[in-house]
Design a binder for this molecule. Structure first.
Ligand code: MD3
Ligand code: FE
Length: 214
């Protein structure tokens, strides 16, 4: 029997909450094209550890592409058209990311998704992301698409209250998540990345989140 691409590249979409979809392996067929597109982005806007408003430095290193990028400093969290490191606009959002994000969003029922910001998070083994809400975007009716690459992670999908006990969701290289609607403001985070070496990505996890921020 002939296997479909879905069988070769991942399992079926999984609904984690009413408007949170996990698309296992959705990005796998395009990983090499995606990594090729990411290289010049990260050359122009290297990963850096930003300061939190409280004066600590973030464990996750980050970069951005698109007309807006997420930044954090002593003045707070916000989207900015300029990379504070270079003083120049963030690199453009690569076509492969725009089309992948639109296809993933459509698969989850969000038609016509056109992101203007891609936050690129870099995790080393031991790095975690504590529970938070994403509230810096203008329009909470717009979905967010995230792409996981490299070392596996345990994603924490919480509720609308910080105190709600989170679901633990394993994420692997090539997995894509789409969330929106009533689930857009759920608390979420990432458990410390376990030590390991991914055969393609080495000792790191990279997560891309595509948003309509402005
Ligand atoms: C919210 N990044 O950058 S993907 C972030 O893996 C962030 O680097 C994480 O949270 C990361 O702000 C998680 C984002 C994500 C995925 C699914 C969600 C956030 C979600 C489902 C509901 C609410
Ligand atoms: Fe987040």
């Amino acid at each position: 029997m002939i296997q479909s691409d879905l069988d070769l590249f991942g399992s079926q979409p999984q609904s984690l909450a009413s408007q949170v979809m996990l698309l296992p392996g959705f990005a796998l067929p395009e990983v090499e094209v995606l990594l090729d597109a990411l290289r010049p982005v990260l050359r122009a806007a290297p990963f850096r550890h930003m300061q939190t408003p409280g004066g600590l430095h973030m464990a996750v290193a980050l970069s951005n592409c698109g007309s807006l990028g997420w930044v954090s400093d002593a003045r707070g969290y916000r989207y900015s058209p300029l990379d504070p490191l270079s003083g120049k606009p963030w690199p453009a959002l690569p076509e492969v990311l725009l089309t992948l994000a639109a296809r993933a969003a459509s698969q989850a029922g969000f038609e016509g998704f056109v992101p203007d910001a891609c936050l690129v998070n870099h995790y080393l083994p031991g790095t975690r992301l504590s529970l938070h809400q994403d509230r810096n975007e203008q329009d909470f009716s717009q979905p967010i698409v995230s792409i996981s690459l490299g070392l596996p992670a345990v994603f924490l999908l919480g509720g609308m209250q910080r105190s709600d006990r989170p679901q633990h969701v394993p994420l692997s290289h090539g997995d894509v998540m789409v969330w929106g609607g009533e689930d857009r403001l759920r608390f979420h985070g990432v458990l410390p990345i376990k030590p390991g070496k991914h055969e393609r990505m080495g000792e790191r996890r990279i997560n891309l989140t595509l948003r309509k921020a402005g």
